[in-house]
Design a protein around this ligand. Structure first.
Ligand code: BTN
Length: 258
């Protein structure tokens, strides 16, 4: 994936910047195309969750990339993007964000950002279907007056709650885009191990007790050992068994599901 001059599509309001980017990607938009919106009416998160996206309160953007990676390596893109956004927030605001596997960005243990990575296919006459990825990022810049609502209370935060610096979306957008491009380039070069090491320095749940519900519906409780060499989270239960989280979500004990 050569880094190409990027095109930035700016929207006042859209349902979801990921949906717009997926559509553009299918029609052949160049790698590096970014869709950013001031507000989303149907912002999407992982596991079919809703991403609250009120105007002026957050940064909501998606970037189309066509990384030269075998499909089995594509899940690593989410971890690389999480690290990238941490670095962007560190650089812009001198804050120390952490990551909760796979993609929650935390400040003081509360979520202020998330990443939704989706894959699309180029519409083409050729039989070969070429995949591309859309990395969508939502970052809470400000906390709504009166605080976050309902189930987000006590779990969500914003950058403004952690700094006195002036906050504006544009510099963070630029820093975020270039950090994502850089980390994905490293991934293509085969440097996932290094990415993982830097990711683990920011692991917000290492050694903490988590619960995970397996695809068979069994609840596992155990200590987080961090991601393995493929980026999949490992949990050690009370009997010493190691479980690899292949899908779904993990929750910190005492915090319950999002
Ligand atoms: C999550 O934490 O579950 C991921 C949230 C990702 C939200 C962003 S906002 C911009 C982009 N457009 C979407 O619809 N979702 C992502």
């Amino acid at each position: 994936m050569a880094v190409v001059p990027r095109e930035i599509i700016r929207l006042q309001k859209t349902e979801s910047t990921n949906s717009v980017a997926l559509e553009l990607g299918e029609r052949g938009a160049i790698a590096g195309t970014v869709v950013v919106a001031q507000a989303q009416t149907g912002g999407r998160g992982r596991l079919k969750r809703y991403w609250l996206s009120p105007r002026g309160m957050g940064l909501y953007f998606s970037i189309i990339l066509r990384p030269e990676l075998a499909p089995e390596h594509l899940p690593k893109v989410t971890l690389a993007a999480g690290l990238a956004l941490c670095k962007a927030v560190e650089a812009e605001y001198s804050l120390p964000p952490e990551i909760k596997w796979p993609n929650d960005l935390l400040l003081d243990g509360r979520k202020f950002g998330g990443i939704l990575t989706e894959t699309g296919f180029l519409h083409s006459m050729a039989t070969e279907r070429k995949p591309f990825v859309v990395i969508g990022a939502g970052i809470n810049l400000f906390t709504p007056e009166g605080g976050f609502q309902n189930n987000l209370q006590g779990r969500a935060t914003s950058i403004a709650d952690h700094t006195d610096r002036t906050i504006s979306a544009e510099p963070l957008l630029m820093a975020g885009i270039s950090a994502i491009e850089q980390e994905v380039l490293r991934l293509e070069k085969g440097d996932f191990q290094e990415i993982l090491e830097e990711w683990m320095e920011r692991d917000g749940v290492k050694d903490k007790v988590l619960t995970w519900v397996t695809p068979q519906g069994k609840k596992v409780t155990g200590v987080s050992l961090g991601p393995d060499a493929d980026g999949l989270l490992r949990i050690r239960d009370g009997a010493g068994n190691i479980h690899t989280v292949i899908s779904g979500d993990v929750n910190l004990v005492g915090k319950g599901p999002e």
